[in-house]
Design a binder for this molecule. Structure first.
Ligand SMILES: [Zn+2]
Length: 242
């Protein structure tokens, strides 16, 4: 009975990760990134021209307004949906971009990084996923270098969930601890990096990385059992602002 139970679990988790369809997908093989658009009609956007991730380069100086971070609330639970390890946050943490308030829903990680900066890959990348009241998405991306251990990851990984598991967090993890101290950022229009690859996502990529220890990055990779980065997508006509 493990199969059906697991399938139900994955459906529930994928709705938490903003994917609306249960068609199985993966990071390699017959259901890998090159095939996503063909796996389900709902994944058609994966073949779109405004996809994420990208190689961020050729920046246009736009004097971007600072992002107003108002991260107050903590975190509720941690889950492993087979595609990432994700921390679901409590309501009440927001960012303001373009005079629109977006509420933080969750943060999760990719190893190695999905976006590249000037062609450079990082050992890990964190995504803080926000939605406004109309369901528009804004993702704050944070590159992670190998170095000093991360306090936030130490707390999170202390309750590292196995695939299909969701655990109530016994210690509070502040999303502020995933952010670098310098909040300068690059900006481009992109998509979810996982099916259904929905476009119209505001991507806000922090210029300054945070650090995590080699052990912390390895622990994530070990629990995933594989890399979980979508390859970079064509930039096409999109400007990348800084
Ligand atoms: Zn992500």
């Amino acid at each position: 009975m493990k199969g059906p139970l697991l399938a139900v679990g994955l459906l529930l988790f994928s709705s938490a990760a903003f994917s609306s369809d249960g068609a199985p997908w993966d990071y390699s093989g017959d259901t890998g990134p090159d095939q996503w658009a063909q796996l389900s009609p709902e994944y058609g956007a994966c073949a779109g021209s405004n996809q994420s991730p990208i190689n961020l380069t050729g920046f246009i100086d736009a004097e971007l307004e600072p992002i107003a971070f108002n991260y107050e609330a903590g975190s509720e639970e941690i889950l492993n949906n087979g595609h990432t390890v994700q921390v679901n946050t409590l309501p009440g943490s927001t960012i303001t971009v373009d005079d629109i308030e977006f509420e933080l829903k969750q943060f999760h990680f990719h190893v190695p990084s999905e976006n590249l900066i000037h062609g450079e890959s990082y050992p890990m990348e964190g995504h803080l996923v926000h939605a406004d009241e109309d369901g528009n998405l804004a993702v704050v991306a944070v590159m992670v270098t190998e170095g000093q251990a991360s306090d936030a990851l130490e707390k999170a990984w202390a309750q590292m969930p196995e695939e299909g598991e969701t655990l109530a967090l016994s210690t509070d993890i502040s999303p502020l601890d995933i952010l670098p101290s310098d909040r300068d950022y690059y900006r481009f229009n992109g998509s979810l990096t996982t099916p259904p690859c929905t476009e119209g996502v505001r991507w806000l990529v922090m210029k300054q990385p945070i650090s995590a220890s080699k052990e912390q990055i390895d622990q994530f990779l070990q629990v995933m059992g594989h890399h979980n980065n979508r390859p970079v997508q064509a930039v096409n006509a999109r400007p990348v602002l800084e």
